[in-house]
Design a protein around this ligand. Structure first.
Ligand code: HAM
Length: 418
């Protein structure tokens, strides 16, 4: 019979990889906490409206990538394609802003987008998402980016390249939009079907097109920087000045529009050379109107999401063994009595937090040692009938080969040597 395989674009994270995941998540928790963020856990299913209103009807995500279905109660629900809308929904639903609008939140978990799977692009992927609500100050934008870069470097990313832009605000963006429309007039036939449609739905999205033909056309188009109002220009300059305080290198990418509609003012991405087409490992930005658009008070916000699969693919491969915690001790036991003793000692050490293994298949010493080797155990205790009788056994260091005699009657005496 054929085995049943996973759904296309959905990937297992195997035991030899999970150590790396845990390490990255731990680093994130440590660093985000030091910067004052607290964890929030939100559901992976939400009402479809939340994403349609939050992310924008005319985005690729909402138009064609969401896993949306009617449940048995006929409600229209969606597997979350990102976390920002959910975090804000929760912030509003639970009135987290009532006593103090400032909330620094982070969440870690799976997201779902029905994109075409390829290297670095999956249909279920994981994000580390941070949202800082309640602050409009440009210093917060730079501080958030500082935390991000610090985190990326802490997990071994050598040269994260930061790109920043400002997307303006509802008062200056309409003139930019007008100018794009004017620019695209007469070029409709050279655009792809999607972009032709975008002209009437959201012309800024043409900047987002992955097709070379459209990219080439829009590269000659107007740039938002020339249209920013005084407030947005000052804000952007203040963000750049704060980045300079921390010595953070950046490049301004005036054509970065981001794939979601909620952004205003600062946007940023972190890219690396390694992943070619799928090179953004982090995306983020300010979304000052989003909380209001989702029915809440007028509270500003900014955040980012790190794509964990992409980040992990960037981490040095030769490091991966360091993330697997191998057993401290293997008890090689020969004979019924020794096996009985080993069974008890093994579980006694485990309860004390010492990772200990033994063999349950009644194999000879050679194959037990082989197994200890394969598990990369640091020490092996070898016991047979003679050891049970003399109440003494050899504790072998698997790296140096050095052996010491230890007592079986009082393992507490030598457990610190394991
Ligand atoms: P995003 O740019 O759509 O932003 O996604 C952020 C990151 O998630 C990407 O840079 C990428 O690393 C990862 N990612 C996205 N799609 C996939 C995929 N199909 N396979 C693997 N990785 C993927 C957001 O989601 C915003 N919510 C970020 C944000 C938070 N903005 C403000 N707050």
């Amino acid at each position: 019979m054929e085995i049943i395989t996973a759904v296309k674009g959905f990937k297992d994270i195997l035991p030899e990889e999970t150590g790396k995941w845990q390490y990255v998540e731990e680093q994130a928790r440590k660093i985000f906490t030091a910067f004052g963020c607290r964890e929030i856990r939100v559901p992976i299913l939400e009402k479809t409206d939340l994403f349609a209103r939050g992310i924008g009807e005319a985005t690729d995500i909402v138009e064609k990538e969401m896993y949306t279905f009617r449940d048995r109660g006929d409600d229209l629900i969606t597997l979350r394609p990102e976390a920002t809308a959910s975090v804000i929904r929760s912030y509003l639903e639970h009135h987290l802003y009532a006593a103090d609008p400032v909330a620094k939140l982070y969440t870690i978990g799976p997201m779902f987008r029905r994109e075409r799977p390829q290297k670095g692009r999956y249909r279920q992927f994981h994000q580390l998402d941070v949202e800082i609500l309640g602050y409009e100050d440009a210093r917060i934008d730079a501080e958030l980016i500082l935390m991000l870069i610090h985190f990326l470097k802490s997990v071994g990313l050598k040269s994260p390249q930061l790109e920043v832009n400002s997307l303006g605000c509802p008062s200056c963006r309409p003139s930019f939009r007008e100018s794009i429309l004017k620019f695209l007039q007469g070029k409709e036939n050279d655009l792809c079907d999607d972009c032709r449609r975008r002209i009437s739905t959201n012309p800024l999205r043409v900047f987002d097109c992955k097709l070379e033909g459209c990219k080439h056309i829009i590269a000659q188009g107007p740039v938002i920087q020339d249209f920013l109002c005084g407030g947005c220009r000052d804000h952007f300059a203040a963000v750049l000045a704060s980045l300079a305080i921390f010595g953070i290198d950046y490049a301004i990418n005036p054509r970065m529009v981001r794939g979601l509609d909620y952004y205003a003012r600062t946007t940023f991405e972190v890219t690396t050379d390694f992943l070619c087409a799928q090179n953004a490992i982090v995306g983020g930005g300010r979304y000052d109107g989003l909380i209001r658009d989702l029915g809440g008070p007028d509270i500003p916000g900014i955040g980012f999401a790190v794509g964990l699969e992409r980040l992990l693919a960037m981490m040095p491969a030769d490091q991966s063994e360091n993330f697997i915690e191998s057993p401290s001790l293997f008890i090689a036991a020969l004979g019924t009595e020794a096996q009985k003793f080993a069974y008890q000692l093994c579980n006694r050490f485990r309860r004390q937090g010492i990772q200990t293994e033994m063999d349950y298949t009644a194999k000879g010493l050679k194959s037990q040692m082989k197994r200890a080797d394969r598990l990369k155990c640091r020490k092996v205790l070898i016991i047979g009938d003679r050891e049970i009788e003399s109440r003494q056994a050899d504790l072998r260091d698997m790296q140096t080969g050095e052996q010491v005699k230890v007592t079986l009657d009082n393992p507490e005496e030598w457990k610190d040597r394991i």
